[in-house]
Design a protein around this ligand. Structure first.
Ligand code: 3HC
Ligand code: NAI
Length: 681
């Protein structure tokens, strides 16, 4: 074995040159990897003993793409197109040997090899669209020449990878092998023995092109692609592959790639990629310290949240005991879980056996004592401090030593809940979002006494059940709801001052949210936390509820809904709003879209600054991750803090002042020093 550079080796196995890349963690195509690959190819081609070349990776995966951390920096080392040309034009056959994930630039390297072999659990994809990009190293031109226009269109616009079986069926790989290195070397030797032609993907034609297919695809996916620039650019590239000679298609790809790379959307999406991973890191905690076991889970409360939370663990194969006080509530909760699974099965996304397996892991119980052996207990009872304290007091006597005691409270003080036990170090907040089996966000609320091990285990557990976990300190509404309340407050003021709910919803929808605040209120139910007995008719919400408007559930809220849930602004709600404003002597005025946007979003940024200054969030990017994953902030705008940086903090300070809102000290100081929250926008 001879080292080509720090990340590349070349071994000659009799007549086969084996190039091994070893650049942990994911063999991304850094300058070193590109340099190593270029030099190793040259050495293998120059060595007369070498008749064919195998390209393989050490560690957990084949090349997982370009090195994203290099983007936007001055270019270094061998260029990727040059390295690809050296492989594609090699006079000796090159076999890419793939395990793990051949993604993005990784798959694009494999596509210039003459042959590809892989192990059975390998995956192949072009996920650049998720970074606001398109495959910029020939992927959009070569992939359709193998898998056809339709499959390529789907792969580049969704970014979803395919497995080895599908890849073999599509001709993307030539063989599935057992031991990768042995299998690839044998394949290469065989190619030499049979004198197989050195087929280049670029010389093939694109199959499956049908008239109108691209416009039909655009129309079918308009909702999913709304607001994003990259999917359209990806479609145009596949269209170019289908209609132009290879080199002309490459020129289209290059031009569109460059445009996306310098744009704000890709910058935002690349920032989010790293921000999501950073959120996992907890300052002051050793990432390698041992975690507590979470092999069994107890859940208290089988309502909306308890049932959804249970499904997360059942899906991950973790047994769950779910406890209610009354048989009726327990039966209803369990039936809802079953129904959810059956609905998924009816859509073909799960088998009947899967449903049975998950339900077999669930133990319903009316006895809190049945949680005595659970490693993790999550309380999801009513949002009431007295009840929560009572539950935690009892848990303290029941749970085994070392068990993690978690509350799913949305707003309440986790320290006060912890104080109901003799082991506050074991208590943590696990704030799931509704529907808990679907929403990716998990706020992990660190109490004043929560131990590092409990916190780290809670974060890791989030990852196990497929959530994006973010640490929050104890404050009213934690990170997400605390910021949300600022937006809600402004939205309510705006409708009194002159805007209508539909105006505000339209502006926020156009910004990229899936829906505006009033649609959201209608969806959640206007009567959450409202009761007829205590209603004083002092807020618009009180009056809507008193008038029988409950939101989508009874077809009337800020909007009226027809049987298909199409909405039209409710004249009843509008009259209530106008009367309310008149009673207060408000002279309603026209409010333009810019003011609506600024008044809804700048106070959120302001609250984010306070959260940061108080240490309630570890870093600005954690706030962004909360809003992206829990509240529908459009990913191509990077989250409220990244977005604020892109707007300019001075602008935000000035506008807040203009609207009579006091800017947070941190916001003011960053703005005056010309600094930003994230250093990324
Ligand atoms: N560039 C730089 N760093 C990368 C990287 C990349 N392409 N892919 C992963 N990393 C880093 C992560 O930031 C993380 O770093 P950390 O440990 O310091 O936090 C580390 O590698 C491990 O990553 P994950 O935690 O994500 O590990 P997983 O095992 O969960 O996932 C993966 C592995 C599936 C490869 C996942 O990391 C991934 O999806 N990576 C991105 C793949 C991608 O988008 N490739 C296309 C890049 S763009 C491109 O190729 C352009 C080309 O067309 C020209
Ligand atoms: P829910 O009313 O749907 O369910 C609560 C369940 O707890 C009921 O089934 C009730 O019978 C049961 N319960 C009450 N006291 C109990 C006790 N002592 N022992 C066992 N079971 C008991 O309420 P939901 O919406 O599920 O909320 C639960 C918690 O989750 C609350 O703290 C809420 O703030 C929080 N939350 C709710 C979200 C939502 O969107 N609904 C989102 C995030 C958090």
């Amino acid at each position: 074995m001879s080292a080509i550079n720090t990340v590349t080796d070349l071994t000659v196995d009799d007549d086969i040159g084996v190039i091994t890349l070893n650049s942990p963690p994911v063999n991304a195509l850094s300058a070193d990897v590109r340099d190593g690959l270029a030099a190793a190819m040259a050495a293998a081609i120059a060595d007369p003993a070498v008749k064919a070349i195998v390209l393989i990776c050490a560690g957990r995966t084949f090349i997982a793409g370009a090195d994203i951390s290099e983007f936007g920096k001055p270019p270094r080392g061998a260029s990727l197109p040059d390295v690809q040309a050296a492989i594609e034009d090699s006079p000796k056959p090159v076999v890419a040997a793939i395990h793990g994930t051949a993604l993005g630039g990784g798959l694009e390297v494999a596509l210039v090899a003459h042959f590809r072999v892989a192990v059975a659990n390998a995956k192949f994809g072009l996920p650049e669209v998720k970074l606001g990009l398109l495959p910029g190293a020939g992927g959009t031109q070569r992939l359709p020449r193998i898998v056809g226009a339709k499959a390529a269109l789907e792969m580049v616009t969704t970014g979803k990878p395919i497995g080895a079986k599908a890849a073999a069926a599509a001709g993307l790989i030539d063989a599935i092998v057992g031991d990768l290195r042995t299998g690839a070397v044998a394949f290469a030797r065989d190619a030499v023995a049979q004198n197989k032609p050195l087929s280049r993907v670029r010389d093939r034609t694109v199959d499956g092109v049908e008239p109108g297919m691209f416009d039909a695809y655009r129309a079918a996916n308009a909702k999913a692609f709304r607001g994003f620039e990259a999917p359209e650019a990806n479609i145009q590239c596949i269209e170019a592959a289908a209609t132009l000679p290879f080199d002309d298609g490459m020129a289209v790809e290059r031009k569109l790639f460059t445009g996306l790379m310098i744009g704000l959307q890709s910058k935002a999406q690349r920032y989010v990629f790293f921000a999501e991973r950073l959120a996992n890191k907890i300052e002051g905690l050793d990432p390698n310290a041992p975690l507590l076991p979470v092999a069994s889970v107890g859940i208290i409360g089988a309502g909306t949240m308890g049932g959804g939370i249970a499904m997360n663990f059942l899906n991950a194969g973790v047994p769950v005991t779910i406890v209610e006080t009354k048989a009726e509530a327990l039966d209803r909760g369990v039936a809802t879980i079953r129904k959810n699974y059956e609905n998924t099965a009816a859509k073909g996304r799960m088998t009947a056996d899967d449903v049975a397996a998950r339900m077999a892991l669930l133990t319903p119980s009316l006895d809190l004592d049945s949680l005595s052996a659970a490693d993790l207990i999550i309380e999801a009872v009513f949002e009431n401090m007295a009840i929560k304290k009572e539950v935690f007091g009892k848990l303290d006597t029941i749970a085994k030593p070392g068990a993690i005691l978690a509350s799913n409270t949305s707003y309440l003080n986790v320290d006060e809940i912890a104080a109901a036990t003799t082991r506050p170090e074991s208590v943590v907040g696990l704030h799931f979002f509704s529907p808990a089996n679907v929403m990716r966000l998990l706020e992990v609320v660190r109490g004043a006494k929560t131990s590092g091990q409990v916190l780290a285990t809670a974060m890791a557990t989030g990852k196990t059940i497929g959530k994006v976990a973010v640490v929050s300190g104890v404050c009213d509404g934690f990170i997400g709801n605390r910021i949300l309340s600022q937006r809600q407050q402004q939205a309510m003021q705006l409708i009194v001052e002159g805007a209508l709910p539909a105006d505000i919803d339209r502006v926020l929808f156009d910004f990229g949210f899936p829906m505006g605040p009033f649609q959201m209120s209608d969806l959640a139910g206007l009567d959450i936390g409202w009761s007829a007995e205590t209603s004083k008719g002092v807020t618009i919400r009180d009056r809507l509820c008193e008038a029988g408007l409950r939101g989508q559930k009874n077809g009337h809220g800020f909007y009226d809904y027809d049987a298909q849930r199409n909405r039209t602004p409710s004249p009843v709600a509008e009259k209530i709003i106008l009367d309310y404003a008149a009673e207060r002597g408000v002279n309603r005025r026209h409010i333009d879209d810019a003011e609506i946007l600024e008044r809804c979003l700048y106070p959120m940024v302001n609250e984010g600054a306070k959260i940061l200054a108080e240490g309630m969030a570890q870093r600005a990017s954690d706030i962004d991750i909360v809003w992206l994953n829990g509240y529908g902030w459009p990913i191509y705008r990077g989250g409220p803090m990244f977005w604020a940086d892109s707007v300019g903090l001075t602008t935000i300070v000035d506008k807040l002042t203009h609207y009579g809102i006091e800017p947070a000290p941190l916001l003011v100081s960053l703005a005056s020093e010309g600094k930003s929250f994230t250093n990324a926008a």
